[in-house]
Design a protein around this ligand. Structure first.
Ligand SMILES: O=C(O)[C@@H](CO)OP(=O)(O)O
Length: 204
């Protein structure tokens, strides 16, 4: 029996392109982001997977990515569960600021700590640990049981909400996960055993 979990980060967003901190803000996809989402859909289509159920966040860049992927796969009738527990890490006061301007204001090191330390939150926002503390209970409660029932479950989400999941699935340390960049529109495919442990991971 397949117990397959596919994670995809949304395609490039308007604010990724403008180099702005995004977090819970809600920009749409760029033309490139739309293409990335379609390509991800084509890749999965070529694998012939039968998707049972999809999850995404409450933010439109991830929702739109998922819709485009499903369209490419020719899937028209699909249950999609949208939940804010899968949202991007909340960037607090940094949301909407240009990343280079922030480095000028607070210095490279401070901005790097806010972006890539495990448990130092940006002002008014969430650290990766805070993000993991909402993403992982949601995964354990809602998503993992569906994967263990058998079949293929697709999750379209965000750089840091997926980092939290990848960290748990692959058993990575905070140091290891912070070096890991999750590419836009590139599916990560996990085969799980009956207790939810990763048997195989493939980045396509
Ligand atoms: O701006 C954001 O919300 C995230 C993802 O694009 O940025 P970072 O790479 O700094 O975590």
């Amino acid at each position: 029996m397949d117990r397959r979990l596919i994670l995809v980060r949304h395609g490039q967003s308007e604010w990724n392109l403008k180099n702005l901190f995004t977090g819970w803000k809600n920009p749409g996809l760029t033309d490139k982001g739309i293409e990335e989402a379609k390509e991800a859909g084509q890749l999965l289509k070529s694998r012939g997977y039968e998707i049972e159920l999809c999850y995404t966040s409450a933010l439109k860049r991830a929702q739109h990515t998922l819709d485009l992927m499903l369209e490419e796969m020719g899937i028209t009738n699909m249950t999609i569960i949208r939940h804010q527990d899968l949202n991007e890490r909340d960037y607090g006061d940094l949301a909407g600021l240009n990343k280079d301007d922030a480095r000028e204001k607070w210095g490279d090191e401070q901005v790097h700590i806010w972006r890539r330390s495990y448990d130092t939150p940006p002002p008014g926002g969430e650290s990766l640990k805070d993000t993991a503390d909402r993403v992982l209970p949601y995964y354990k409660r809602e998503i993992e049981p569906r994967v263990l029932d058998g079949g293929t479950i697709l999750v379209a989400a965000h750089g840091n909400s997926l980092r939290a999941l990848v960290m748990a699935l692959e058993g990575l340390s905070p140091e290891e996960i912070l070096k890991r960049e999750i590419a836009t529109g590139k599916p990560i495919i996990y085969d799980l055993n009956e207790s939810g442990k990763v048997l195989k991971v493939e980045n396509i």
